[in-house]
Design a protein around this ligand. Structure first.
Ligand code: SF4
Length: 475
């Protein structure tokens, strides 16, 4: 048996070097074991004896993409599975595409679990305010299902770039000082700040936005598994609110409807009308996001759950501007998280663009819709609403300073060019707006989703991809 000793559970370089040497030496997976950490029982002697064979081989990119995520899984045999795949690629170069293969399917399931853990971490980390010798510092305790901290911490660095923060986990810790991300040893919960004033905000927010008529316990438990509850300030309210749900639903049905949006007012910023906003200059994207929650420049705030501001790095080279938040964005408070957003993510990836490097926003920040039964149907914002909301978009542009703006659809084009563009005729070329902005026009991904004819849909998707490729090449 050959033993390869790895420095830590995420020692990808160590695993890669050992696996390379073992495969070149023709050591079969059944004769290899990977262990993490300390020497015991002569292990290092065996490790030092790992074969050294000159040579090289290549493996498909999909293998490396899988392996770098698979290593974050907590299963003890993940290194063995990675080596088994690497070994089998020798005779089956297309193995990673055989989704019915047992090893490939097992790896895919574990990668899915890792991605889910990263997603939950992004959603459920709650920073608490504290002070240290240099001033305000935010701390969060989190117990991820898999070892996703190093892969997820850059997301928090981009999202909370102006705060100094630490995320502490049993696997390790990540620290952001406003300029650089560093990693430290595992921590325990006692090192994290305890309850702070924001706790009450989260509880008020959650209670205010909780809709008993929409409650589906099974979905809620799968989206917000119980294991995360203990670190979520708002989770203390869940048993009470869910137990109460049927009574509250009954009351909602029998009582006159509240003023639209009234429930959200309790956590809103003070109202800002057009006269007030004209004197207000947001200094940061956080200021701007707070301002949008109180904006009254046009009537769209009345029927929306909340304003949805842009998100992305504060200095993104490419800004993507859509039309307005949709139903799911309105509820989540984030842009491009619905079906059109998912399609956009896929197409961006295909064009070699990473969503995490882009600033995504909309021309209009509140969801315009009309009720149709239980559904809320999208309505296109009119020119007055686009003009009113351009105030916020202009400030987003001033703060982010993108080198190029990708306008998705006619409404975004109107907001950026000051005129209604002919999208099909003008798409795919960079237009210089009157204010100097460089705008690349294309269709909105929601348009691609609506196309019923598969041939037209494929053709339009290819054109959309070509437009994205122009943006990618420009960057
Ligand atoms: Fe203000 Fe824009 Fe919302 Fe209208 S849509 S209320 S302008 S943020």
């Amino acid at each position: 048996m050959q033993t390869a000793v790895l420095a830590d559970p995420l020692d990808f370089d160590g695993w890669r070097e050992a696996a390379r040497r073992l495969r070149l030496a023709g050591v079969e997976p059944a004769r290899v074991q990977f262990v993490v950490g300390q020497s015991f029982g002569g292990l290092f002697d065996e490790a030092a004896a790992l074969p050294r064979v000159d040579g090289a081989f290549s493996v498909p990119r999909t293998f490396w993409e899988t392996a770098t995520q698979l290593i974050q899984h907590r299963s003890d045999d993940r290194f063995d599975l990675m080596y088994r795949l690497l070994w089998r690629l020798k005779d089956q170069p297309n193995l990673m595409a055989v989704l019915s293969d047992r090893d490939v399917a097992e790896a895919a399931d574990r990668v899915k679990a890792v991605r889910r853990a990263a997603h939950k971490m992004k959603a459920f980390v709650r920073f608490r305010q504290a002070e240290d010798e240099t001033g305000e510092h935010w701390g969060a305790w989190f117990e991820p299902a898999h070892r996703v901290l190093p892969a997820t911490a850059p997301f928090f660095a981009r999202r909370f770039s102006t705060m100094r923060w630490s995320i502490l986990t049993p696997d390790g810790s990540a620290h952001w000082n406003g300029e650089a991300l560093t990693y430290g040893p595992p921590a325990d919960q006692a090192q994290a700040p305890r309850e702070d004033a924001m706790e009450e905000f989260w509880r008020t927010y959650y209670a205010s936005t909780f809709n008993p008529a929409r409650l589906r316990l099974q979905v809620m438990r799968s989206e917000m598994p119980k294991r995360y509850w203990k670190n979520l300030p708002e989770a203390a309210l869940i048993p009470e609110l869910t137990a109460d749900a049927s009574v509250r639903t009954e009351a909602m049905v029998t009582q006159p409807a509240p003023r639209p949006n009234e429930r959200f007012q309790r956590v809103r910023a003070p109202a800002i009308d057009r006269a007030t906003t004209d004197d207000l200059v947001p200094e940061t994207l956080d200021d701007l996001a707070r301002g949008v929650q109180g904006c009254r420049r046009c009537p769209l705030w009345r029927d929306a759950t909340q304003g949805v501001c842009g998100e992305g790095p504060a200095r993104a080279g490419l800004m993507v501007v859509g039309e307005q938040p949709g139903d799911q964005e309105d509820l989540a408070g984030r842009p491009f998280v619905g079906p059109a957003g998912r399609l956009l993510d896929t197409m961006l990836e295909a064009a070699g663009l990473d969503r995490r490097d882009l600033y995504l926003t909309n021309a209009v920040k509140h969801f315009k819709h009309e009720p149709r039964g239980k559904r809320r149907l999208h309505k296109t914002p009119n020119a007055g609403e686009v003009q009113a909301c351009r105030w916020w978009l202009d400030h987003e542009r001033r703060l982010v300073k993108p080198r190029l703006i990708l306008a998705l659809g006619a409404t975004a084009g109107l907001a950026l060019l000051g005129r209604k563009p002919a999208v099909q005729a003008e798409r795919g070329q960079i237009i210089t707006a009157d204010d100097g902005a460089r705008v690349l026009l294309t269709v909105h991904p929601a348009y691609l989703l609506r196309l019923p004819d598969p041939t037209t849909r494929d053709k339009e998707r290819a054109r959309f991809l070509a437009d994205l490729a122009v943006a990618s090449a420009e960057l």
